[in-house]
Design a protein around this ligand. Structure first.
Ligand SMILES: [Zn+2]
Length: 175
């Protein structure tokens, strides 16, 4: 595995929405030992917030990745491959890896793929998306310690919203 120099400039992140800033110091890419997908850097504070209590002692200060593959059971792995944490090791449902309802999307304000769809059908627009945007703007999100990916949910919510809108406009596409 190629090691990159560790002197990458540290970005402290946006002071207002630190939770939504990209991971400050991705030292190298790392692939999920289970599915091979490239993991997204995730801070240890996210693992410490979401793993089952008995696993917390194992969490090191850095070097973790989040596997976003829907079909993969692993959620976190260490870049050296020594540690892996799977779905059952977390205290919450990882929406992207769930097939059945509810599939959480926004962890700070408790919205799921299902509630997003209901809202769209009921209101003809996404009032949830509007409310999340307002909350983010107000600095009320805590994605770093609520979202398994450690990042802002807005991208995922918008993507899902587009899929819902497309399906609802179509003839009979159930989501
Ligand atoms: Zn994986």
């Amino acid at each position: 595995m190629k090691r990159r120099d560790m002197t990458i400039e540290q970005d402290k992140g946006c002071a207002i929405h630190a939770c939504c800033s990209p991971m400050a110091n991705p030292q190298k890419t790392a692939s999920c030992p289970a599915c091979g997908a490239v993991g997204e850097p995730v801070k240890s504070i996210t693992l410490r917030s979401l793993l089952q209590p008995h696993l917390l002692q194992q969490v090191q200060d850095e070097g973790y990745r989040f596997c976003a593959s829907p079909e993969c059971q692993l959620v976190y792995f260490s870049t050296d491959g020594a540690q892996t944490f799977s779905r059952g090791d977390l205290t919450l449902r990882v929406g992207v890896k769930e097939v059945g309802a509810p599939r959480p999307l926004c962890y700070c304000f408790d919205h799921s793929a299902e509630s997003l769809r209901e809202d769209w059908v009921l209101n003809g627009k996404s009032t949830i998306l509007e409310s999340i945007k307002a909350e983010v703007k107000a600095g009320n999100c805590r994605c770093e310690v609520t979202n398994p990916s450690g990042g802002c949910c807005l991208g995922d919510v918008i993507k899902k919203m587009k899929a819902i809108a497309a399906a609802e406009r179509g003839p009979s596409n159930g989501l």
